[in-house]
Ligand binder design. Structure first.
Ligand SMILES: O=C(O)C1=C[C@@H](OP(=O)(O)O)[C@@H](O)[C@H](O)C1
Ligand SMILES: C=C(OP(=O)(O)O)C(=O)O
Length: 413
């Protein structure tokens, strides 16, 4: 376990945004299913714990063709787990899924409801470990759209290889929709066709994954991680973000518009997105499509004039931590005025925060959000569980310090 101690500072300068974790998960799985091995140039040298988990899990799965159950360890990665359960089932590979941190408790009930109706036995005492056996059969899959879009992505990755066509129907409206769009785009790159329908998708069967004709395969840069530096620029100096795709279909592409609404001056200068502080006012935020932005939006809102209301964010409670409780607790400890509501946060901005100690809750996005809030504290902030940034952004504090931040890791583990 490690703590990071942060002195207030102003971040400024240029930063190359890391590759998208979400896109990398999908590309690794598609590439493995295409028999393509490692297709990447500038994605996988940047190995976060979650992407390592997916690479390792795919290797394990593809080694398991002799009928003996394979152990698929997913670390703390919800994506790895929820993407690979149906993939293993589609390949007919019996598997035992395990994980750590909060992962064993994160919901998998959607699969426990729909997979047994399609030939897959699921054995679990609740969450993980989960044992599955049986080969997934094609057909109609009815599932909610508002628990996690990762169940839909998992099925979209798995169903194309079955020996008949399938249909996915949503019983409740889709949240985190951008992630499903990303899945369909990346599937297309690997030769897989999905047809969108009014309330779901048609997935033709008997399809084969194929290696894209162009190599290396480029993984887009990560708008969710870019948001931490858009926030830092909103609160401090001028920051240039390099590598982002302005036409990205990542849902968190909305960060540009959201930080502009907070009052920051945000502009494209050629291929670079620049952010400069201007004014800072509270805003209304519907979080249904952008769950991963909420911690850093909350940290920014704590330092904006007036009130910010974040709503439709219930699913934040079932991530690596209860992110609504974690942000309310930590920001309050630093002198912020934050109230938790059932589905979000009500934040009354203050001029400055004060120093103190906050719990990162073993959650990378909570740690990074507090590191941004700490820029504007009038004393030192200690964040516990700082090591959790390795889940998605191992170099976060190096990049932070390169921009002039003063973050010191005081205990490593
Ligand atoms: O598909 C993905 O890559 C993701 C989907 C989202 O989860 P939910 O659909 O559960 O909100 C997001 O929070 C997660 O970080 C990554
Ligand atoms: C929730 C996240 O990831 P996952 O669900 O894959 O664990 C995240 O990266 O914020």
């Amino acid at each position: 376990m490690s703590d990071v101690r942060i002195e207030p500072s102003v971040l400024s300068g240029s930063i190359l945004v890391p590759p998208s974790k979400s896109a990398a998960h999908r590309a690794v799985i598609c590439s493995a299913l295409a028999g393509g091995g490692n297709l990447f140039e500038d994605g996988v040298e940047y190995l976060s714990n979650d992407i390592r988990a997916t690479i390792r899990a795919m290797k394990t799965l593809l080694s398991g063709t002799d009928g003996t159950p394979v152990q698929v360890y997913c670390g703390e990665s919800g994506s790895t787990l929820r993407f690979l359960i149906p993939v293993a089932a589609a390949l007919g590979i019996p598997a035992m899924f395990t994980g750590e941190g909060r992962l064993p408790q994160r919901p998998i009930g959607v699969y426990l409801d729909c997979l047994p109706q399609h030939g897959v036995k699921c054995e679990t005492a609740g969450g993980l470990p989960l044992a599955i056996h049986g080969k997934l059969t094609p057909g109609k899959f009815i599932l909610p759209g508002n628990v996690s879009s990762q169940f839909i992505t998992g099925l979209l990755l798995a169903l194309p290889v079955l020996d008949g066509g399938s249909e996915i129907r949503l019983s409740t409206p889709l949240e985190s929709a951008g992630y499903v769009d990303m899945t369909i785009d990346i599937l297309k790159d690997f030769g897989i066709k999905i047809e969108a329908e009014e309330n779901g998708w048609i997935v033709p069967g008997n399809q084969s994954y194929s290696v894209p004709p162009y190599k290396p395969y480029k993984v887009e840069r990560d708008w969710s991680q870019a948001a931490f530096f858009l926030a830092a620029g909103t609160l401090g100096g001028k920051i240039r973000l390099e590598g982002l795709n302005p036409d990205s279909r990542q849902g968190d592409r909305a960060a540009e518009m959201l930080f502009r609404s907070f009052g920051a001056d945000i502009a494209w200068e050629g291929k670079q997105l620049t952010v400069t502080p201007k004014k800072r006012n509270g805003i209304e935020i519907d979080a249904a499509q952008i769950p991963d932005l909420v911690p850093v939006l909350a940290a920014t809102a704590a330092l904006c004039r007036g009130q910010t209301r974040i709503y439709n964010a219930q699913r934040l409670r079932i991530k690596e931590s209860d992110r609504l409780a974690a942000m309310a607790d930590g920001l309050t400890r630093l002198g912020g005025k934050v109230k938790e509501t059932e589905d979000g946060l009500l934040i009354d901005g203050v001029k400055t925060l004060h120093g103190g100690e906050v719990n990162g809750c073993n959650d990378h996005r909570i740690v990074m959000a507090f590191a941004i809030a700490a820029l504007k504290a009038d004393g030192c902030v200690t964040i516990h569980d700082a090591q959790s940034v390795r889940k998605s952004y191992p170099d976060f504090f190096e990049d932070y310090n390169r921009l002039g931040g003063k973050a010191y890791v005081v205990r490593m583990g």
